[in-house]
Structures are given as C-alpha cells and as structure tokens.
Write a protein that binds this ligand. Structure first.
Ligand code: G3I
Ligand code: 9MR
Ligand code: ZN
Length: 573
C-alpha cells in the first residue's frame, strides 16, 4: 500500500497530508504525558509535562511492575501560547535509582524511559555515525552502512560554473552531502566542522570514542576526528591558488529524489566568497592544532591553507562578492548567502591566534571582538562570532587579555540569564520564543544549550546546566509532538525525513541519527502551509512528511550542536 501510494505522489502526499493534518488537529485534544524518551541521569532534573488535569502522578518500575513513586502535579502554564495547551509539571528529580520506568496519571501512561549514568551513549553514537552516511564521492560499504550502503556517488564533481569565469573541471570530490540534498557548501560545513572539532578540543575524553563502525574506527584516532577529516580533505580541494575558497559545489537545480549514485547531472563549482574563505580559515587553523598529535603533516597542510586564506582576506578587506554570495541566474540550489563577513573574519583571526600565538591575529580580535555586543545571540551558519568567543575563553594561551575574557564572560552570563528567563516562561521549558520557531529551530535549541554549558563551565552555576538539560529533553521527547526529533532514537521518531536517499531507497526505516529541523511557524514549505496557519500555536508547526523540507529536513549543521550537547550532558559530573 505504502509503495503504491508513494508511486502515486499526488495521492500519496494528499493522503499523508490529510492524516498529518488530522493528527495535528487531534493532538490539540489528546491527553499526553511528555518525558525524555531515552531517559535521565540520576543527579539532574527530571520532569514530566502533561495536559491531564490531575493532582498526582505515579511512577512504575517497568521491570517489576511496582509503583515506586508518587508525586504532585503542579500547574505550570495555563493556555501556553507555543503549544495551545494548559500544562502541568510532575517533578521527579529526587528519584535517582537506576532503572526503567513509566509515568502513570489515571489510565494514561508515558513511554518507558531509563535513569542511568550515561543514558545517551547510543543516541550520541548514532548522531555521529549519521555524518558517515552523508559521505560523498565514496562507496558506503555494507559492513559499515548495512542496508543503506550504496556505490560511489558524485565522482563527477565538478565543473566550473560560467559565473566563475573559470574554465574546465577540477577534482572537488569527497566531503559530506549538506543535508537532504546532495549539495556541498563550505559556509554550512564551516560551522559544522568547527562545532565538532571544538567539542573534541574542549572535552577530548568525552568525545574520544573510536568505535562507531566507520572505516576508520579502532585506528586510535577518535572517530569524530576521522569523520571531520573526511570533510577537511574536501575542504583542501575547494581553495583556489589565490587563497580564496569556492562557496559551494551543487547542480543548478536540486536533484529529484534519487539515490546519490544515480545523480549524474553536471555539478558546478561556484565563485569564491569571503564568508566561505573566512569560515574555511577558522576551521583549518582549528584543525591544524587538533590533528597535530595525530598527523603532523596533515596539521601543517591545514595551517598552510589557513594562512593562505587569511592572506586572501587581508588582500580583500571588503566582502566578496559585493553584498555576499547570491545564486547566479538559473541556479536554485542552496545559497547560504550572508551580507556581512565580519563575524567570519573574527572567528578566523581567533583560531589563527590560538594556533600560532601570533599577536597580529590577536590584535585583529582585540579591535573587533565587541561587535554584536560580544555575545547577544546563539551561533548559526550566518552568525559565527560566538564560536570565536568560545575559543578565546577555552584557550590556555597565556597571552590572552584577562579584561577581554572578563567582558566575554559577562556578556555570556548576561545572555544566558535571558535564556534562563525564557526557559521559566516557556510551556515545555524549551528555549524557543514565538519568532524562534523557524527553519532549523532544533539547531537553535542546541546552540543555545552550548552557550548555557559554557556559562556553567565559567560560573559553576548549575542552573545553567539544568536549563541545558531541558533543551536535550525537548529534542528527546518533551515536545508537543510526543516524539524525539532524531531518527531511530526513542519510542517515536521522524519516519519521513526530507532526505533524498531516504526518499529513494525503498527502505521504510530512515537512517538513524539525523536531527530533523523542527517546528517552523513561518510555514516555509507547501506542506506546512496546507496543514497550518499563522494562528497555529508555533510549536505545532512541524510535519513528519517527506515534502516538508522547512521542518523535516536533516542537515549537518543541525547534528553538530546536537553532538556537542549530547556528548557533554551524557558525561558531565
Ligand atoms: O537572517 C534572517 C533574520 O535576520 C530574520 O529576522 C529572519 C526572519 O524570519 O530570517 C532570517 O533569515 C533566515 C535564514 O535562514 C537565516 O537563518 C530565513 O528566514 C530562512 O528562510 C533561512 O532558511 C535557510 C534555508 O536553507 C532557506 O534558505 C536555513 O537557515 C538553512 O538551514 C537552509 O539550508 C538548506 C540549504 O539551503 C540546502 N541544503 C539543505 C539545507 C537545510 O534545509
Ligand atoms: O530538497 C531541497 C532542500 O534541500 C532545500 O532545503 C529546499 C529549500 O531550498 O528545497 C528543497 O527542494 C525543493 C525545491 O525547493 C522546490 N521543489 C521541490 C524540491 C524538493 O522538495
Ligand atoms: Zn555524493
């Protein structure tokens, strides 16, 4: 039935939308008990959220069937605007015994969850392995990819686009597919690799695993570094001899939903941009110091590439192209355009300063670190200044300026205090206000959690940590959809992600470990516009349908902060 319907797209989407739409409406009245569908760590906060009007809740040990806990339900938010529900909280943080449990309120029952020391091990490994499944320009072998294996793809990368005024072809194979499409974009890959390398640099023990069953597993190099290296080898190809970095490699239009190895259309190299060059410079400088103890030659290659990119930026002090990258006429793939490159240049300067110790880069940072009020927003692909400031805080270089460090910490704490207020007002304790429910909102939640972790590390104030945990609880089940947003994780998870391989492989199950973009109240695709209106409570504007790229796509820059948060919160003492 599913295959027949899928072949008849029109009927398929209409029927699916009808089901989704009804589900969306029904969910407004159905009773729920929301918990983190993986579980909790003994020492940290544990809350169930419900719309059931009752005084108490019970917790049952699912192994023994014994009721082991009774707690009070407290009214938290009447008519919560984000969900449209009246929400009560059952706090069971004082339950610390390891085990498997479910929560009961009358005849209603939550999904099962665990309390254990490191409950997120498997989810973390899945989220990291998802990058392997995005590898381009190589066969994904069955022994690593199982039923999701496929022959080499995009070996034709790539031909210079006419807009570059360069001729011919250049080997641009390798790297990761960006998201649900098969394009490769340096700007988005920059924040992605930067976040992953920072996770390892900040907490090498917690991100040092070497056993996720990728070809490089068990080679005494952490798999997160092996996986990033696969992307970095493509990065090196994207740098022009003048030091500038090409913005992206894509077709002129998005491919249909075909397997990657069947996507044999011409793929083009697009023009150099200063945002790509600066992101590249930062990442290569960061990579140079991280890989030095694993591969000195590669470390030097990365540093040389970073220095070359910086020289290009010095020779081109204004944004390139003017106004930032825009797709040429006739090109409709991802843009990742950005009208300012000041934050990217700041990040590049800091990473070069930390890696080389050269004061010139430090001076650049001194002169420019106060832009954007230092820390006043979470990081995202167009806004990377926070990555610069986090690196400056984490470095043990003695020449850093204590006054600047203090200013960064004050700015970080002031921003995170605003997040704590937002958390208190939020129906499900998630760091999303109405206008935050936009494309990739789940990555906004994760990037805000990274800043809370940094604030906790700087102040030891556990309130920041508890709020950070609530962001992971949202992703893992404490959301109005009663699901986790990570494929293959939890009791209910996305089944119809907007990803070309998932849509073409005739395998019902999606590849595990991908974080879906999340609720998007701006209704930026046709499926969302059919199912919801501007009056829909914003947290509800998510559809688990293939067609909804603006709420149900997957992307490398969404998985990266998820990795950072999950790896840290799974291990912090
Ligand atoms: O930056 C403005 C902000 O100033 C303004 O207040 C806000 C108002 O809504 O809009 C912001 O711009 C948003 C922009 O992302 C930056 O965050 C746009 O609304 C939003 O449409 C845009 O969405 C991007 C989307 O592509 C469409 O361009 C997503 O962030 C980005 O993740 C997504 O990336 C796509 C790639 O192009 C192709 N590959 C798949 C990938 C994921 O969907
Ligand atoms: O699949 C594309 C996804 O990766 C992009 O994020 C999205 C927005 O740029 O576009 C998707 O492609 C759709 C195109 O925009 C409109 N026609 C249908 C395409 C497949 O859903
Ligand atoms: Zn490919």
């Amino acid at each position: 039935m599913y295959e027949y319907l899928k072949k008849n797209n029109l009927i398929f989407f209409a029927l699916l939308f009808l089901i989704a739409g009804c589900a969306a409406n029904e969910s407004a009245s159905e009773k729920f008990i929301l918990v983190n569908q993986i579980g909790y760590r003994p020492e940290y906060n544990k809350k169930a959220f419900t719309n059931i009007d009752a005084d108490t809740f019970e917790i049952v040990n699912t192994e023994t069937g014994e009721q082991i806990y009774t707690g009070q339900l407290k009214l938290h938010h009447k008519d919560d605007p984000s969900t449209g529900e009246t929400l009560l909280i059952g706090d069971f943080s004082d339950l610390k015994d390891a085990g498997n449990y479910t929560i009961r309120i009358g005849h209603n029952q939550s999904v099962q969850f665990e309390i254990s020391e490191q409950p997120y091990d498997d989810a973390y490994a899945s989220a990291l392995k998802s990058f392997y499944f995005q590898r381009c320009g190589t066969e994904l072998e069955t022994r690593y990819a199982g039923e999701f294996s496929h022959p080499i793809c995009h070996a034709q990368d790539a031909t210079y686009h006419v807009s570059t005024h360069m001729d011919g072809v250049r080997d641009m194979t390798g790297g990761w597919h960006d998201a649900g499409d098969y394009g490769k974009y340096i700007v988005n890959a920059g924040i992605t690799v930067g976040t992953m390398l920072m996770a390892y640099e900040h907490y090498p023990t917690w991100f040092g695993g070497d056993d996720i069953m990728i070809p490089e597993s068990d080679n005494s190099i952490p798999d997160i570094l092996d996986e990033c290296r696969y992307e970095l080898e493509w990065f090196l190809k994207m740098q022009h001899e003048n030091g500038g970095v090409h913005h992206k490699v894509t077709r002129e239009n998005f491919a249909p939903f075909i397997m990657p190895e069947d996507d044999d259309a011409t793929r083009f190299i697009f023009e150099i941009s200063s945002t790509a060059t600066a992101d590249y410079c930062a990442v290569m400088a960061l990579a140079s110091r991280i890989y030095t103890s694993f591969d000195r030659a590669f470390s030097k290659t990365c540093l040389d590439a970073a220095l070359k990119a910086w020289r290009f930026l010095e020779q081109n002090p204004e944004i390139i192209p003017v106004g930032g990258f825009r797709n040429p006429d006739g090109v409709n793939t991802g843009g990742y355009g950005d009208a300012t490159d000041r934050d990217e240049r700041l990040w590049a300067a800091v990473e070069l300063y930390i890696t080389t110790g050269a004061q010139g880069y430090h001076e650049y940072y001194r002169k420019n670190y106060q832009e954007n009020d230092i820390i006043s927003r979470q990081m995202s692909w167009p806004q990377v200044e926070c990555l610069a400031h986090l690196s400056y805080l984490h470095t043990d270089r003695q020449s850093t300026d204590p006054k600047i460090r203090a200013e960064i910490v004050n700015s970080l704490v002031s921003y995170c205090d605003k997040l704590v207020e937002m958390h208190a007002e939020s129906g499900l304790h998630v760091l999303l206000q109405a206008n935050d429910y936009e494309w990739g909102s789940n990555s906004t939640v994760m990037n805000r959690a990274i800043l809370l972790i940094a604030a906790y590390e700087e102040t030891a104030d556990t309130n920041y940590l508890h709020v950070a945990y609530d962001q992971l609880h949202y992703i893992l089940g404490v959301n109005i959809h009663g699901m986790t947003f990570i494929t293959g994780v939890g009791d209910r998870y996305p089944q119809n992600i907007h990803q070309r391989q998932a849509g073409a492989d005739n395998i019902t199950e999606p590849i595990s470990g991908f974080l879906a973009g999340g609720a998007n109240a701006k209704l930026q695709d046709a499926a969302l516009r059919r199912a919801f209106t501007r009056e829909t409570p914003p947290a509800r504007s998510y559809l688990d349908v293939l067609e909804s790229y603006a709420s149900n796509e997957v992307a490398i820059n969404w998985n990266a902060p998820l990795l950072y948060v999950m790896g840290y919160l799974n291990a912090v003492r």
